[in-house]
Design a protein around this ligand. Sequence first.
Ligand SMILES: Cc1cc2nc3c(=O)[nH]c(=O)nc-3n(C[C@H](O)[C@H](O)[C@H](O)COP(=O)(O)OP(=O)(O)OC[C@H]3O[C@@H](n4cnc5c(N)ncnc54)[C@H](O)[C@@H]3O)c2cc1C
Length: 306
Amino acid sequence: MLRALFISLSESRGLRAIAEKSAAGRRISTRFVAGTQVDDVLQATKVVNQWGATVSIDNLGENVTNAEEARSSAGLYHRLLDEIASRRLQANISLKLTHMGLDVDENLAHELVGGLVAKAASLNSFVRVDMEGSPYTQRTIDFVRQLHRQPGNRGKVGTVIQSYMRRSEQDVQDLLADGIRIRLCKGAYKEPADIAFQKKSEVDASYIKLMKILMKSGIYHGLATHDERIINEAKAFALREKIARETFEFQMLYGIRRDLQQHLVQNGWGMRVYIPFGTEWYPYFMRRLAERPANVLFIAKNFFRR
Ligand SMILES: Cc1cc2nc3c(=O)[nH]c(=O)nc-3n(C[C@H](O)[C@H](O)[C@H](O)COP(=O)(O)OP(=O)(O)OC[C@H]3O[C@@H](n4cnc5c(N)ncnc54)[C@H](O)[C@@H]3O)c2cc1C
């Protein structure tokens, strides 16, 4: 119930406008967000690289409503790719298609994301297209497959599969047939029972099944989860099946289970931290509360302690 409440709050435009403008809101958001400026996220990336993990940088934002906003978001990602290269950071970028104008003009989104993938390819980097709610599942997969087919883009753009979606096994097979890199996660949105598993046990079982398919595929994928039981299962599977550690990576979110992130690095496993930044932090932040409502208490305690 609390999960549903926080997810519906994450969609409230009114609360979002108030929260994102308030100093208290920005202070609270630092639990999961590395500041509002490019320099903030580059500094956070440097620190994470120093202790041995790679990074994916997300410029927060989704559902833009005009072409100008979409162009400006893409411009910021161009700047990020340049800064990552010039500062020799171990990082790539993650973006959302609705942030690149998918709902405004699909051709524009293709032009903008295509430009970013071309730039990433020229810098030997990579663009991850995040997965949004179910109205975007098919559109995202089609978009990424089309982009990946273009000359020079092979291995330079990938997407995300959510294990809570009943359709995901077929989507995994389709993406693997094209050689596309996948980030596997459980899924962060509220989806109805006819298209998505509702019970944690079913979502976890689906994750483990898909994870094993990905790990045996010979393509480099990301296993995005903070679930220690699943991580242990992945490690055991890799050892049992003689799957080299360099052929996949674990991924976790900035500010969540840092102890586990560092433990994995210290034990020789690949680890990428997803670091979001920007002024439009509210929906992302609320989805993190939805995943673990106990975070509210944790954040409140720290807020009053400072
Ligand atoms: C790198 C990365 C990228 C992602 N990209 C997407 C995407 O593109 N699309 C999408 O729908 N979802 C995405 N997600 C979110 C994902 O779908 C889940 O909502 C989220 O990761 C929580 O699931 P879990 O696998 O950690 O397992 P859960 O079963 O939710 O949690 C397992 C354990 O992890 C810890 N934990 C989990 N979440 C939190 C939290 N918020 N705060 C504190 N502790 C927590 C707790 O100890 C919990 O017991 C991404 C997640 C990661 C790590």
